[in-house]
Design a protein around this ligand. Structure first.
Ligand code: NAP
Length: 328
């Protein structure tokens, strides 16, 4: 990282953006620039241009996005595609216009086809239909990758720009959303087992058969991988990617069943009761695992195992959602 780096982290109050800020703060010689959503609406092109023109960051981590579960994606598809397209287009164009040479865009595993072979390699992109429930969001994320690639292809040589993309697997950890109805599986289970422990409930019933397999990465590992990919020498990045297939998967490297996950969360929370499954509820895809060979070949591996990560995540839940009395 150049010693004079001035780094803008877009979405610094989110789970991933805040982890990236934590990661960068541990490194010397970087000035970090942030704006909350209320200070700078990234869908507002003029405001984004003005921000870049006045702050002149030298690097950008684009971790701002409109993010949500199946219900939100199904209910607000226009918001998901419009806001994400606008944020990405505004930030990437303003970055380019204001001389930012290094930018990292964060996408998602939902960019891959619904029936992609498992584990999902980067080359599965655009090889088949997407999962319909989050297709608008996924299309926006694919557009984000293609924005980075297109700016590189058109302006890489003439302006020295180098815009990269990473595609995280399912993430969890500090800053997660623990909303009872609208959260991902790990924060939802943390809340349920915590509440079951508090009320001495004899049994916790988990939706579905418990057999689907999923992959989970602790968010600070994701932040470390983001900084790692951002700072790879260009020749190394180019050697492992292609101009029109440039994104890099970021996964833990192995998956577990939902039943195993439930067991691990119950242990992390100290719940002593039984775990039941309700197979009449939908399971979703049998398996979703990223192929992280590309990232591993570059020299990066996840450091935080599930047991360690769940202990840290449960402490975060206790600190911020029980002690502080927050409702979500
Ligand atoms: N969480 C996961 O499991 C996961 C998995 C794979 C990929 N990712 C990717 O990682 C990225 C970050 O996700 P996250 O989990 O950190 O999401 P998050 O916690 O919801 O954070 C997103 C951040 O973006 C901000 N934001 C949204 N709309 C904005 C706007 N119009 N202008 C300015 N800021 C805006 C939000 O601010 P407000 O809250 O104030 O709106 C929030 O701080 C996303 O691209 C997501 O696709 C996440």
């Amino acid at each position: 990282m150049p010693s004079q780096a001035k780094i803008y982290v877009a979405g610094h109050r989110g789970m991933v953006g805040s982890a990236i800020v934590r990661q960068l703060q541990a490194m010397p010689a970087a000035t970090i620039v942030t704006r909350s959503h209320s200070e700078l609406d990234l869908t507002n092109q003029a405001a984004v241009q003005a921000f870049f023109a006045s702050e002149k960051p030298t690097q950008v981590y684009l971790a701002a996005a409109k993010v949500g579960g199946i219900h939100a994606n199904n209910t607000y598809p226009a918001d998901f595609i419009y806001q994400n397209l606008m944020m990405q287009a505004n930030v990437i164009e303003a970055a380019f216009k204001n001389g930012v040479q290094k930018l990292l865009f964060l996408g998602s595993s939902c960019i891959y086809p619904r029936l992609a072979a498992q584990p999902m390699t980067e080359s599965a992109l655009l090889t088949g239909p997407l999962e319909p429930t989050n297709e608008p969001y996924a299309i926006a994320k694919i557009a984000g990758i293609k924005l980075c690639e297109s700016y590189n292809r058109q302006y890489g040589a003439s302006h020295g720009i180098d815009y990269r993309s990473v595609m995280p697997t399912n993430l969890y950890g500090p800053g997660d959303n623990y909303h009872p109805q609208n959260s991902h599986v790990i924060p939802a289970l943390i809340r349920r087992f915590h509440e079951a422990k508090a009320s001495n409930a004899p049994t916790v019933t988990i939706w579905g058969s418990g057999t689907p397999k999923r992959e989970f990465l602790y968010v600070d590992d994701m932040a470390a991988a983001s900084v790692f990919v951002m700072n790879l020498p260009k020749a190394v990045y180019d050697q492992h990617t292609a101009p029109m297939l440039s994104h890099i998967n970021v996964g833990y490297g192995s998956d577990i069943t939902i039943a195993e996950l439930a067991q691990a969360v119950s242990q992390a929370t100290g719940y002593q009761g039984n775990i039941d499954f309700d197979p009449s509820q939908p399971d979703g895809s049998p398996r979703k695992l990223m192929d992280s060979t590309r990232l591993n070949a570059l020299g990066w591996q996840a450091q935080v195992n599930l047991e360690q990560g769940l202990a840290l995540a449960y402490q975060d839940f206790l600190d911020c959602h029980v002690v502080c009395g927050a409702s979500q």
